[in-house]
Ligand binder design. Sequence first.
Ligand code: ZN
Length: 205
Amino acid sequence: MDEKSYSDLLKKVKSSVQKREEKKRFQIPKPEIITEGKLTIIKNFRDIVEVINRDESHIFKYLIKQFGLSGDVADGRLIFKGKPPEGSIDKAFQEYLRTYVQCYECGNYDTEMIREFRNEVIRCKACGAERPLYAHKEIKYSEEKIEEGKTYELEITDLNRDGDGLSIKGDITVIIPGAKKGQKVTVRIDRIRKNYALGIMVKKA
Ligand SMILES: [Zn+2]
């Protein structure tokens, strides 16, 4: 075998190994659910948490809330005190992934949760896309554009989890600290990212 075809072969092997490793890494384990008396247990809870790279207590609280049960995490297992309906744990888990983990641009689950503008943002490690955490709520798109440094009259249609006001302008969600839901405010756009911006309230209506 000549040197060129050998190095080509090496490249092929390397890339196929890489692909396989990526696939392995982002295969999210299915919850393994067992019951013990009155308890329902996700045996591999910690394994799942490690793969999806989110805060354990965040997922725990989310799942517990869905069923109105109390529970615990012990030895890497999530224990519900009670019996959620058949299939409902899988469903809640899928919803968690969709809301807090998945990239909406490329569908990847290799993402991280970061904070920007006092707001939680999901950043995709595969394609680099970012979205604010609340973006799963319906966003009305229009052709309106906003620019940094300019002021706009905006209506606060929602709040984020920190209580900052949110307003949709075109395909951008503007975060306005200090504004209340339902308020009409004059806002100067401070910074713009891909699909969200930070606005400074300059006047309340
Ligand atoms: Zn992506």
